[in-house]
Write a new protein. Structure first.
Lengths: 471, 185
């Protein structure tokens, strides 16, 4: 974990240097363009000043700016006790020195982000839409992802990267105007002397001014994409339950609402890209986030809940278990050692004993909404994956196609089939009550009797059967 | 002259090395202490929430005296526990007793509609999660310390300055492993 933070810091330094070079180049050329020969140094100076001011501003109030832009308001424990508790739980699980402040954004689109300059004064913001559609497990997964950003020091990195990219854009824009209106352009035109050389320099300058903002964006986006994988892995480690985040991501991606007000520079901060740009060829290079369905598949491919398991899942999705992983080696070794301490089943550790469980004897009447919503999405996802297997590139942001066209009962049957398949895989036993409810008995069940939650009939253990194989 | 300088040089290097390892051990020991404090805070919080819970459910669950008494007894056992492993047993027993209480509460619709009960349920569920997380963190810290105390060459320094291995904290109750989730009748 510490190694991971260290590697993050190294990469940040490298990136800051690259961006600084870009900024300097843009400043110099911009100066030449505005003032004429020898003006480059003034441009350099101006670029330095702009960068310094923006960085200081970002460091001391960038987090507040982001929160303000998003329209977030701070909440206390009394306002939303469950959200508060979940954040506190994940703070403890991650070992952060201080619990982040919690903000809520009044927006129907489900999303979340983290910001702040260091773990001691971080903030986590979630939208009202997220609170509406997520159950407790899913909320935990999302919050753990955001806490992962805080823990991996991504928040400061993103803050600075955003500012530098912003500065480059600003200066390049000014520089381009300089070529058109500035002294440099005019004097060169009237100079006449070495016309051709000047023209070439000018051409290079113009190209730089156009290309620089794009490069700045690409660097910014590339960083943010890698961070997303790491935060997903962290989320799985903190919650020990990757399925929570997987199902939350699915729900978020499937939600119809977007957040059009979010600026492009703030977009990489969110758990799922709030501006669903898709369809253009640049989508892959400029995507701020990895495709959601890919992230979900990695999380679902995990066999445990450690960094090593996430890495394994990543490699499985990207090239059949071979190739380079996404989690730094050192982080894997470190946490893998720690995961030997896990006691009992990872899931049970985080499942409170009182929670009405979907897994046991809830029958079809338990919480049909929650459970089915999840499985329908899963089934739709599976179908989508099957149909797009031939295509090399997965659709950006991977919206699972809705099965609105097909009859509803068909969808339910399919969902049930998938459900049964997984219960079978988990070696659950099945018991059909005369009242129509289907009871699912976990493999570790030791009692002799089970009461049907719908009609109250008491069944003996001997009546248990197994789940049939799906056709 | 030269040999003396070499010897002094070696002494300085060795000294710096010892100081480094010693400081590392101190850091790990403090980390363990801090992690334990976090576990303790959560366990205490659970301990304090229980009287409230019992007060709330008492009126609804008159036929479940055994379940309620089991919780009371488990809580008393926690108060009387000494030493890490005994504490682990007692806390594990309390987790199991609470689990049974909440499982039984499922069959009391009136109780489940009680706002006070719901708030307590969320609070206890969350505390349970926090205990799990804090315990995990504590055990990881203990393992780092124990490794350093046992492994060469840091074990030499550890022996010189009386650093000892710490105990893992585990909720050892069989009942906890299979959290009761079914209505027995």
């Amino acid at each position: 974990m510490w190694e991971q933070i260290a590697s993050n810091k190294r990469k940040s330094v490298l990136m800051v240097i690259t961006m600084a070079i870009l900024l300097a180049a843009v400043g110099y050329v911009g100066g030449e363009a505005w003032i004429g020969r020898g003006g480059g140094y003034y441009g350099l100076f101006a670029a330095g000043i702009i960068w310094l001011v923006m960085s200081l501003f970002a460091y001391f109030s960038g987090d507040q700016l982001y929160l303000h832009m998003a329209g977030a308001r701070k909440i206390k424990k009394e306002d939303l006790p469950v959200l508060y508790n979940v954040v506190e739980e994940m703070t403890i699980a991650s070992g952060l020195p201080k619990m982040p402040d919690i903000y809520v954004i009044d927006d129907p689109a489900p999303n979340a982000f983290a910001t702040g300059r260091k773990p001691e004064n971080a903030a986590v913001a979630v939208t009202a839409g997220l609170l509406r559609i997520c159950n407790r497990d899913e909320l935990q997964g999302v919050i753990a992802h955001e806490i992962g950003h805080v823990r991996n020091r991504d928040i400061l990195l993103m803050l600075f990267a955003g500012v530098m990219a912003g500065a480059v854009v600003l200066l390049a824009d000014a520089g381009l105007r300089g070529f058109i209106w500035g002294d440099g352009g005019r004097s060169r035109r009237s100079d006449g002397g070495s016309g051709q050389g000047q023209a070439i320099i000018m051409l290079v300058g113009v190209v730089l001014m156009i290309v620089a903002p794009l490069i700045a964006h690409l660097i910014y986006f590339a960083i943010s994409r890698k961070r997303e994988y790491l935060a997903d892995a962290s989320s799985a480690v903190f919650t020990r339950y990757p399925e929570g985040l997987a199902s939350a991501l699915e729900k978020i991606a499937a939600a119809p609402d977007h957040m059009p007000k979010v600026s492009r520079m703030a977009a990489p901060m969110y758990i799922v890209n709030p501006l669903k740009i898709k369809g253009d060829a640049m989508a892959n290079a400029t995507a701020t986030h990895p495709p959601v369905n890919e992230r979900v598949r990695i999380l679902r491919a995990m066999t445990g809940a450690s960094f090593a398991d996430y890495d394994q899942g990543y490699r499985q999705i990207h090239g059949n278990g071979k190739g380079k992983g996404v989690v730094p080696r050192s982080a894997i070794d470190d946490v893998h050692a720690g995961s030997a301490l896990r006691i009992g089943k990872a899931r049970d550790l985080y499942r409170a004993p009182d929670e009405p469980t979907e897994s046991v004897a809830s029958g079809e009447t338990g919480q049909p909404g929650e459970r089915l919503a999840g499985t329908v999405a899963a089934a739709a996802m599976a179908a989508a994956l099957a149909s797009s297997a031939g295509q090399a590139s997965a659709p950006d942001e991977g919206e699972p196609p809705t099965d609105a066209e097909s009859p509803r009962h068909q969808t339910l049957d399919r969902a049930r089939e998938v459900d049964d398949f997984f219960y079978r895989q988990d070696q659950y036993q099945r018991l059909e009550c005369p009242c129509g409810a289907v009871l699912k008995i976990p493999p570790g069940f030791t009692g002799t009797q089970v009461e049907c939650p719908r009609c109250g009939t008491v069944h003996q253990t001997s009546a248990f059967g197994s789940f049939a194989l799906p056709d | 002259m030269i040999p003396l300088l070499v010897i002094i040089g070696i002494l300085i290097v060795v000294g710096a090395w010892v100081v480094g390892i010693y400081n590392g051990l101190v850091r790990l020991r403090n980390q363990v202490k801090e992690a334990w404090a976090q576990v303790d805070v959560q366990l205490k919080r659970r301990f304090d929430l229980i009287p409230n819970l019992l007060e709330t459910v008492k009126g609804y669950m008159q036929h479940e005296r055994e379940t309620l008494e089991a919780v009371t007894q488990a809580r008393a056992a926690v108060a009387g526990a000494t030493g890490m492993s005994q504490r682990g047993d007692a806390e594990g027993g309390l987790t199991a007793a609470l689990g049974r209480l909440f499982a039984v509460a499922e069959s009391y619709p009136d109780l489940k509609a009680n706002q006070n009960f719901l708030a307590l349920q969320e609070e206890l569920a969350s505390t349970e999660n926090k205990i799990g997380a804090a315990r995990n963190f504590y055990n990881t810290a203990v393992m780092s310390l124990n490794n350093k105390v046992e492994m060469f060459p840091s074990n030499i320094i550890a022996g010189m300055f009386n650093f000892t291995k710490d105990q893992f904290f585990e909720l050892t109750d069989e009942g906890e492993r299979e959290a009761p989730k079914v209505n027995f009748s």
